[in-house]
Design a protein around this ligand. Structure first.
Ligand code: BGC
Length: 741
């Protein structure tokens, strides 16, 4: 829906509405006002309804009606927008995180899909769109209208507590996936919320931190996914971030919301605040915030708690009394209020909220949705290392298998905070492994080391000894380590990149006891592996795989599935190698993004630092050969696209998918540019021995950079190098083309 016009998507609302109108149940009752007529154009309905609203009724629309609902107007029959957290599935909407996650609240069960970072590791926009569709179907089935996702903030710091929610460190990859997610959700008539605008890259002091970020870094790194969401996918809603950006809270930042989002990008949907992120009435409305959340009694109750204020939350500023007072005092203009109301109504009509409301009671966690969750979990797994083809486990030579570790028997479906979904069931790796092993392989388990923060029944030494003994008498061992939703979560950052206490020692001890040891890491961001990476033949990075994660891990271990995931973030050897090191978490509530555009692999390339595993890295059980790179035309006018073709061959003996990556490098730019930047990619599935011509287009924007001096995106004439390969550090083919004058 609304995808035909990539530049001004909401201007196609009448067309979208025509489609929705066709499905609307019959004519409006005779004498009903025009806004009730599903056959009229959205803008006509908006104007008609707005004209019937009193100033107070308009003001009321700008604040939430509850914890997860916008304000409903009984007199005019304006429904509330009923929201639920995401983006990894539908989360219970009953109240603040602490309440929502507590057992005392009637639980809402929904499919737990893999974390955003796992989805990113699949490099498969079509899969993201399919997953988002499934999420949106559950939103509707549960009687809600809006999902608070996707999270598209860039992984700047490996310690960020919410790395697992987002799509990694690269703006192009994040953009493609953001667009796919929004298309999936909006295609179902559900409202997404692209969050958190902008540059929510750390949890530490997220309510108070003032980030200094250069215009160029914003344009090239932190904005692109939001911009693509707005301009290509026609996103209906954007959520502002908590922190201050260049001196202004994001919720009252005129340059961010007004100038960039609404004026420059032409956004015609509504801006929703993050929960508890507002600090003023006039400045917030003026800047361009349209809906303050949460609202009503739940907001007042929450703000009255000392811990809420202590954390730095703010709210209650857009309540009708305050807005009316500001209107009377002349500090807020009626047009600004009307603009917000228009935006809300426009989205509500477009999504069909007036014409076919979503009613609870539909099916969730269906076999189809489970299948999508399993595919997504499988495609996202990254085979980091596989010396001497240690994997897949050969059932012929593996009669007994030791499964060890704090993440083996517990299904860690996602990281912590507002994205955590409560599924009906969740498959732990041990369960998945036992299922696939059947009677062929004897599977035995030992905890080995308790997860930090969880209780232990014996001493660390005794547990490790038990695991080592088990590994010694087994043909092979799988050690499943990583993090948990208590250690990696919204609300705080990790203190270190290291694995939790006891896990490195456990891996070392098991690997010493059994050379056929595979490590599986379940986590949402890079972990330090230096102590043991050279002592184990095989490592899988499984992320948080949602409720089907355990099946996916088992499928890859035994070769039922051939891994094809690629890292959407650089894995530094150590935290001090990371590009944000030294510029995080800031001092005196200020943090300067001093690395500028050199985030992730851009910075590793530029400083010539060897990562542990580069951006884009991921192995397969088969081998791919690249040949015949051609770029056409060899000389292109500025503003014209370039076509890149090459031949990809599966040179191994089993079917598999490769993610072909195309990076671009401008040879002599007038301003500093990264040594390479991802500008195209494609996941290609090939049968054993099969070859395919892979054709990718480099859009005109791919050649440009943001010039702070000129305050615009610039494409310079000159030579460009096309680098095609299997990762950012495994470039197989190079070619050049020229941008003419
Ligand atoms: C999070 C948002 C979330 C909202 C509502 C906030 O704390 O930052 O991502 O959507 O809460 O739960």
């Amino acid at each position: 829906m609304c995808q035909d016009n990539p530049v001004k998507p909401i201007s196609c609302i009448p067309a979208c509405m025509a489609a929705l109108a066709a499905a609307a149940p019959g004519q409006p009752a005779s004498g009903a006002p025009p806004y009730r007529n599903a056959k009229l154009a959205v803008e006509e309905r908006v104007e008609d309804l707005l004209s019937r609203m009193t100033p107070r009724e308009r003001a009321e629309m700008l604040a939430g009606g509850g914890w997860m609902e916008s304000h409903a107007n009984q007199r005019l029959g304006i429904p509330a927008i009923k929201m639920a957290d995401g983006p990894l599935g539908v989360r219970n909407w009953a109240g603040p995180s602490a309440v929502t996650n507590s057992a005392s609240v009637a639980p809402v069960h929904a499919t737990a899909f893999p974390a955003g970072i796992a989805m990113a590791a699949a490099w498969d926009p079509e899969l993201v769109e399919r997953t988002a569709r499934a999420v949106a179907q559950e939103v509707k089935a549960l009687g809600r209208d809006m999902i608070l996702g996707p999270t598209v903030n860039i992984n700047r710091v490996p310690l960020w507590g919410r790395n697992f929610e987002g799509y990694g460190e690269d703006p192009y990859l994040a953009s493609r996936l953001a667009v796919a997610y929004i298309r999936g959700v909006q295609g179902e008539g559900v409202i997404p919320s692209v969050k958190h605008f902008a540059a929510n890259n750390q949890e530490f002091e997220r309510h108070r931190m003032d980030e200094t970020i250069s215009e160029r870094a914003l344009e090239e790194i932190y904005y692109p996914a939001f911009r693509a969401a707005v301009q290509e996918a026609g996103a209906w809603a954007v959520m502002s971030a908590y922190e201050k950006l260049n001196g202004h809270w994001c919720a009252e930042n005129p340059s961010l919301l007004g100038d960039t989002l609404k004026k420059r990008w032409g956004f015609r949907g509504f801006v929703i605040s993050d929960w508890g992120s507002t600090y003023s009435t006039a400045a917030t409305i003026d800047a361009g915030l349209d809906l303050e959340m949460p609202g009503g009694e739940p907001m007042r109750h929450w703000l009255a708690q000392p811990s809420t204020k202590r954390d730095g939350n703010g709210g209650g500023w857009l309540e009708a009394d305050k807005v009316m007072a500001a209107l009377a005092a002349g500090t807020v203009k009626q047009e600004a209020v009307d603009d917000g109301v228009r935006r809300l109504l426009r989205v509500m009509f477009t999504a069909g909220l007036f014409d076919h409301p979503h009613t609870p009671g539909g099916a969730v966690d269906t076999p189809e949705q489970r299948a999508v969750a399993r595919t997504a979990a499988t495609e996202g797994i990254v085979l980091l290392k596989n010396a001497a083809n240690a994997l897949p486990l050969d059932a012929g030579h593996t009669r007994s298998l030791a499964v060890i570790g704090p993440n083996a028997k517990v299904a860690r479906t996602g990281g912590g905070g507002s994205s955590l979904v409560l599924p009906n069931y969740a498959v732990a790796p041990l369960e998945g492994i036992k299922e696939i092993a059947g009677s062929r392989v004897e599977v035995r388990y030992a905890l080995g080391a308790p997860m930090e923060g969880e209780s232990a029944s014996a001493s660390a030494q005794a547990m490790r000894d038990e695991a080592v003994a088990l590994a010694r008498r087994s043909d092979a061992a799988v050690v499943v380590v990583g993090l948990s939703s208590r250690l990696e979560s919204e609300g705080f950052d990790r203190k270190s990149m290291d694995l939790p206490a006891g896990q490195d020692e456990l891996i070392e001890a098991v690997a010493a006891a059994n050379p056929r040891t595979t490590v599986v890491v379940v986590a949402g961001s890079p972990v330090t592996m230096t102590r043991w990476i050279d002592r184990v033949p095989a490592v899988l990075f499984a992320w948080y795989g949602g409720q089907e994660g355990g099946h996916a891990i088992a499928d890859v271990l035994f070769g039922t599935a051939n891994p094809s995931g690629k890292l959407p973030v650089t894995f530094p050897r150590e935290w001090r190698d990371a590009t944000a090191y030294g510029h995080y978490p800031g001092e005196n509530l200020r943090v300067a993004y001093a690395e500028g555009i050199y985030v992730g692999y851009r910075g590793f390339d530029r400083r010539n630092v060897e990562p542990l595993f580069p951006f884009g890295h991921g192995l397969s059980y088969t081998r791919f050969e690249y040949s015949g790179l051609a770029v056409s035309p060899a000389r292109v006018a500025p503003g014209a696209p370039v076509t890149v073709t090459m031949t990809l061959r599966n040179a191994g003996s089993r079917a598999g998918a490769e993610v072909v990556q195309v990076y671009l490098h401008q040879l002599h730019p007038s301003e500093d540019r990264p040594p390479k930047e991802l500008k195209a990619f494609r996941r290609v599935m090939l049968a054993a021995g099969e070859s395919q011509t892979v054709k990718l287009e480099l859009a005109p924007q791919a050649m440009s950079f943001y010039s702070a001096a000129r305050k615009e995106w610039v494409t310079e004439p000159g030579m460009f190098e096309v680098l095609a390969g299997a990762s950012s550090r495994d470039i197989r083919l190079k070619a050049t083309f020229e941008v003419g004058r």
